[in-house]
Each structure stands twice: as C-alpha cells, then as structure tokens.
Write a protein that binds this ligand. Sequence first.
Ligand code: HEC
Length: 119
Amino acid sequence: MRTRPAAITRPLPLVLALSFGIGLIGTARASDAPAPDGQKLYETKCSACHGKDGVAKKMAEGSANLNDPAWQKATTQESIATTILKGKSEKKTKMPPNEGKLTTAEINAIAAYVKTLGK
Ligand code: HEC
C-alpha cells in the first residue's frame, strides 16, 4: 500500500477534525481549560468542616459561620483565599493549609464561591 505512510503522518488535528468534527476541536483546546468549579471544590474540600451551607460543624469549631452576613461583610475574597492557602491555627481547632494541594485558580474559585454563601 503506497498511500499508507502519508495517511499516518497526516497532522493530528486533521485526524481529530475528521473524528469529532471541527466544532468540538474549538472547545477542546488546552488553553481553554475550563475554570475550576468553586462550589464543587468547596463541597469536597471544605464542607466536611464548614458545612455545605457555611455553618461551622464540630471540626470547624471556632470558625465564623461562612454564611454569616456580618462575617461576609467584613471579609474579602482575597482574605478567604489566604486562609485557604495558609490555613488558620489561632484557635484550639485548626484549619489545614492547602499550599501545594490546590492551584491558585482553584483557591480563587473556592474563595469566590464562599463569598456567595448566605446570599
Ligand atoms: C479540618 C477541618 C477544616 C477544613 C477541611 C477546612 N477548614 Fe476552614 N477552618 C477550620 C477551623 C477549625 C477554622 C478556625 C481556625 C482558627 O480560627 O484558628 C477555620 C477557619 C476558616 C476561615 C476563617 C473564618 C473566620 O472565623 O474568620 C475560612 C474563611 C475558612 N476556614 C474557609 C475554608 C475553606 C474555603 C475551606 C476549603 C478549602 C476550609 N476552610 C477547609 C476548619 C477547616
């Protein structure tokens, strides 16, 4: 088969285009990676201690309720992001740091979601 080598060296994008259609290629580029889902991350990484609704459970004793309007008013997304990154251990119960465990984008997405709690 003389035509086979040419088919194999055909550029990958063309093969993908033929397989999935041009439209899908457009949404699947690595540079367009979807933003992290703050709510989903909060529910998996934070809600065990802080509750799905932001009301502190036993493991977050000493923490404000994250849906408390007064706390929300006094707190910025940036300060929440710092707490997520560095953790907090002023009280008897400690919040673990997430340095090296979550990306900056993930931390910012969670902090933004926390700012929506109680609204
Ligand atoms: C193991 C339990 C635990 C986990 C998991 C946890 N926290 Fe905490 N968090 C705490 C505790 C305990 C405190 C209070 C620490 C202190 O004040 O010394 C706290 C404090 C906080 C505060 C500061 C509240 C205040 O009183 O000002 C924020 C904001 C917060 N956590 C957000 C988060 C987010 C967002 C996540 C998920 C990425 C998370 N926490 C995961 C236990 C936890």
